[in-house]
Design a protein around this ligand. Sequence first.
Ligand SMILES: NC(=O)c1ccc[n+]([C@@H]2O[C@H](COP(=O)([O-])OP(=O)(O)OC[C@H]3O[C@@H](n4cnc5c(N)ncnc54)[C@H](OP(=O)(O)O)[C@@H]3O)[C@@H](O)[C@H]2O)c1
Length: 268
Amino acid sequence: MKVKIAILGCSGRMGRNLIQAAYEHENIELVGGSVRATSSFVGFDLGELSGIGTIGLKASTSLTALVSADVFIDFTSIETTLENIKWCQQNNKALVIGTTGFSHEQVQLIEESAKIIPVVLAPNTSVGVNLMFKLLEITAKAIGDHTDIEIFEAHHRFKKDAPSGTAMKMGQVIADVLDRDIDKVAVYGREGIMAERSKDTIGFATIRAGDIVGEHTAFFADLGERIEITHKASSRMTFALGAMRAALWLSETKAGFYDMQDVLGLKG
Ligand SMILES: NC(=O)c1ccc[n+]([C@@H]2O[C@H](COP(=O)([O-])OP(=O)(O)OC[C@H]3O[C@@H](n4cnc5c(N)ncnc54)[C@H](OP(=O)(O)O)[C@@H]3O)[C@@H](O)[C@H]2O)c1
């Protein structure tokens, strides 16, 4: 039987990709999507929104209209997600949260709801990125203390923050394995004459150019050889497909607070 899914924030950049990913997935039945009550997209056909042609599902303004869904996927804003999770809790619905930027206190609120309903909180739903974190862990354990570790990332010209959140997380994963304090060992850019590289350093390098969706590489370099672990994203569809995977997994999972490492079976 297909898992019934609703997309919250379906007119957004991610929402439009999520509609397509859900509609085209063989194990998923898309039941609808939500937009703001004030949105100019109220009543729009979801297929028209995502560019796949008319599919006969209209963008609605209430979650109650989507109550037939088993799992809700939310890529909206912090305030909206925190409202949506209350509704999901009251209506016993599973929730995949792709929205980012929650404070520690807000994550605690989400964890409270996850005592009642199944919740995946996934600031990066790309399967490849989450697998890369695991590969970094394994590599750092095996050779991290004997190699020079550098992280490179590239993004499009419009990106405002640097290094990217994913690059920072890569550094954190490696530092945790090696029992280093990332705040003390991180070096963000180099220029001019400097002392020889310290062994404990984890370096970060960034470029911003054109329309690069997102590239990350970790170097573990020794004398005579090096390992490079690279992830390249070429479209937002990668995040949408990862969210589908999380939703399918969550549909068969009991109440609890989960992340993509749980979804992909990478813990332990
Ligand atoms: N987990 C991941 O892998 C991943 C990947 C990419 C992005 N993200 C995160 O996902 C979130 C959305 O990203 P985006 O790039 O898609 O942003 P976006 O284009 O701004 O989309 C957000 C959508 O949510 C809608 N929304 C806000 N409040 C709503 C409400 N009360 N009811 C219904 N819809 C509502 C917005 O509608 P209006 O336009 O009317 O305000 C907008 O269409 C961000 O937090 C982003 O950082 C996560």
